[in-house]
Design a protein around this ligand. Structure first.
Ligand code: NAP
Length: 283
């Protein structure tokens, strides 16, 4: 058995994606979700040892508590001080961070878009943004510009990109070849008009659409609704734009491989998540 821990956990897509993966790979594994209260992540890791769980996914608010509690961390997890996947290495629990690899695979495998040498802007400086910044720099991005509402968080996040990282302004979006929205702006109904930066007007988008156009790729980490306001606005301006489904599936695929040692059945995983998100809500 494999499980995801988080709070809240009831809307997690991970059981859908990973149970489809286990089924397609003909593995007799099951993936379930556990609501785990803030502060109880260490207990959940002990339960993983006691119950012999084959793997663990970790979501909000436990990523940094689990990073502190595992026996070892991958290099990315160490630098990010965050773990979203725990796997066994012998009798040790090793914490990994698969979001960055998921983003890169979504760009390279799904979009055929090579990061090397590219001017990238990441909007946001939270956990997902930090994973993206680290991965973009590691894959040879020419620039990684971080644009965030809270300045000191932007500074800390930009440092993850080393020499190619810097803090930017919303206007930097206009010069980017890749724009990554790593904020929740646009997620869910009725959540799309927000004040993005102190002293600026409320906006429905993470960037001014006037800064976006042909020749740019916009990657929105948001995927609910599937046609996100950011994707719609970027597409309307002539940019190429994708939602966060590809990243979601690829980060889960990396977890699958860490647990099972096998390549992930990507088509079955994508089909399962699309079927779930396209289904009418239960009444
Ligand atoms: P997080 O750690 O809470 O960080 C959120 C970031 O968004 C912060 O930088 C925050 O700015 C900024 N932000 C939030 N609300 C804002 C607003 N109204 N105006 C301007 N900035 C705002 O969250 P996270 O874990 O990084 O996740 C970010 C998004 O990515 C979420 O929508 C999440 O669902 C999505 N995500 C998707 C995937 C995927 O596989 N597709 C994976 C991970 C995350 P401050 O620093 O100023 O607070």
């Amino acid at each position: 058995m494999v499980a995801v821990i988080g709070s809240p956990i009831d809307h997690s897509m991970s059981p859908t994606i990973l149970n489809a993966a286990f089924q397609a790979a003909e593995l007799d594994w099951v993936y379930t979700a556990f609501e785990v209260a803030t502060g109880a992540a260490r207990d959940a890791l002990e339960a993983m040892r006691t119950l012999g769980l084959a793997g663990l996914s970790v979501t909000m608010p436990h990523k940094s508590d689990v990073a502190a509690a595992v026996d070892r961390r991958s290099e990315d997890a160490q630098r990010l001080d965050a773990v979203n996947c725990v796997a066994w290495h012998g009798d040790l629990l090793v914490g990994h961070s698969t979001d960055g690899a998921g983003l890169i695979d979504a760009l390279q495998i799904d979009e055929g878009w090579d990061v090397a040498g590219k001017r990238c802007v990441v909007i946001g400086a939270g956990g997902a943004a930090r994973a993206a910044i680290l991965a973009l720099a590691a894959h040879g991005a020419g620039q990684v510009v971080v644009v965030n509402r809270t300045a000191d968080r932007a500074t800390q996040a930009a440092a993850l990109a080393g020499a190619v990282g810097r803090v930017g302004t919303p206007e930097d979006v206009g010069d980017a070849e890749l724009v990554v929205n790593a904020t929740p702006i646009g997620m869910g109904a009725g959540h799309d008009v927000v004040s993005m930066y102190p002293g600026r007007s409320p906006v429905a988008l993470p960037f001014d659409p006037a800064h976006v156009g042909p020749g740019q790729l916009v990657m929105d980490m948001v995927y609910t609704p599937l046609a996100t306001p950011t994707v719609l606005a970027a597409t309307a301006r002539g940019a190429r734009a994708v939602n966060g489904i590809g990243m979601l599936v690829h980060q889960a695929a990396h977890a699958f491989t860490l647990w099972t040692g096998e390549p992930a059945p990507l088509p079955a995983m994508s089909a399962a998540v699309m079927a779930a998100l396209e289904a009418p809500p239960a009444t």
